[in-house]
Design a protein around this ligand. Structure first.
Ligand code: MG
Length: 400
């Protein structure tokens, strides 16, 4: 039996974002696995959940029994579906898949049924604080070989220039946005993009749930002639029922899911065919095990995958999504935020990107190594999260 002998959670910050890496060791010399448990905004809580609650629960257990262990970790705390525990479970879950691949001497995609494509198609970012900057960036991405590009005002302070009304006296600090001005700006941006880039490249935009739900329905309708690949996260989790309204008025493809943590949140959206792409964040729902089930569930309803791939995910998390993507017939697209040099200092086996496609290596498991010694060079950042303090023009907080 392959016994679990140790479970550790590391926090490191090579690229300016706190990342949580889980390592699971076994009683077989040299046999261990890595997972992503990154909930960057609450990383210490995840570390505690892994080391103080999950570790004592699974020490000495059979590392090969992933389904049994996943269910045990997920239900053991009785209350479930929160992002802290989901990430803790996910970190261990991915490490167990990594171990299973090493035991089988196969890359994980092979364990999942084998490749049905050779490369993972990526979408990259054209970020900027003006239309000109964003369009210039888009042209650079096209020159690099990307066919799928997300156009976005970013960093988020960029939105503050879209103010039509002044702030009230004593308005608090935060990220301000006038929703109606933003909508007008985004439609204008994409009209300019189609004029200058044509309809060849596939274009994407992320609303990030930052406008009132009724306005979001209008935005999807106004974007219809601009033929997006998808429009992402129109609604906050509390307003998912609005997807029915959008589907009744336009054909703009819709992607959704990065804020989901609970299976109840996506069941109806998928079974009702109210979204076109499911884009949950693997570690936020508990790792590869539930995400694989979700991929298969989505396939039955003709919904493609577009897993969330931001900078607050370690390379094991990115690669885990790609292994599922390689083995999923309903793979749609993968978000790619790229890695800086410091990440290569800490992780080996980061996917190679060439002309809009990512390639994982064919080593057993996920093929990613984490160097805990090197990681110490990049200690965690201690700071209050600001970008989620998102405000409407009158200064009131709004769902980020
Ligand atoms: Mg998003």
């Amino acid at each position: 039996m392959i016994k679990i002998t140790d479970v550790k959670a590391y926090i490191t910050c090579p690229d300016g974002m706190n990342l949580v890496v889980v390592r699971v060791d076994t009683n077989h010399p040299g046999l261990y696995g890595f997972g992503c448990a990154t909930y960057t905004q609450r990383c210490k809580a995840v570390q505690t959940a892994v080391e103080e609650y999950i570790k004592p629960l699974i020490l000495g257990r059979n590392a090969e029994e992933i389904q049994e262990l996943w269910s045990l970790m997920y239900h053991n705390g009785y209350w479930r579906n929160g992002p802290v525990v989901n990430n803790a479970v996910a970190g261990v879950d991915m490490a167990l898949w990594d171990i299973k691949g090493k035991v089988a001497n196969m890359p994980v995609y092979s364990l999942l049924g084998g490749k049905c494509r050779e490369g993972i198609a990526l979408y990259s970012y054209a970020n900027g604080s003006s239309r000109e900057e964003i369009l210039e960036e888009a042209e650079k991405r096209m020159d690099e070989g990307f066919h799928y590009i997300r156009l976005q005002y970013f960093p988020m302070k960029g939105y503050s220039q879209m103010q039509r009304e002044g702030k009230p006296r004593n308005a608090k600090n935060g990220f301000y946005q006038d929703s109606r001005a933003y909508m007008q700006e985004i439609v204008g941006l994409f009209e300019n993009a189609r004029d200058s880039l044509g309809f060849g490249p596939e274009l994407i935009h992320d609303v990030h749930e930052r406008i009132p739900a009724a306005d979001a329905v209008c935005l999807a309708k106004e974007m219809e002639p601009l033929k997006l690949f998808f429009l992402e996260d129109l609604f906050a989790p509390e307003q998912y029922e609005y997807y029915q309204h959008v589907k009744q008025v336009c054909t703009t493809p819709l992607a959704h899911g990065e804020l989901c943590t609970n299976p109840v949140e996506w069941q109806r959206l998928i079974a009702g065919r109210l979204i076109d792409f499911i884009r949950i964040h693997f570690s936020m729902i508990g790792g590869l095990t539930p995400s694989l089930k979700l991929a298969h569930f989505s396939e039955i309803f003709g919904i493609r995958t577009a897993w969330h791939g931001p900078t607050d995910m370690n390379p094991v998390g990115h690669v885990a999504q790609m292994h599922v993507g390689l083995a999923s017939t309903n793979f749609g697209i993968q978000e790619w935020s790229g890695f800086g040099d410091a990440m290569h200092d800490v992780f080996e086996g980061i996917p190679v990107v060439d002309k809009g496609y990512a390639y994982v290596n064919d080593k057993p498991g996920f093929g990613v190594e984490f160097n805990a010694e090197q990681a110490k060079k990049y200690p965690p950042k201690e700071e209050i999260v600001e970008w989620t303090q998102f405000r409407q023009t009158d200064g009131s907080l709004f769902t980020p």
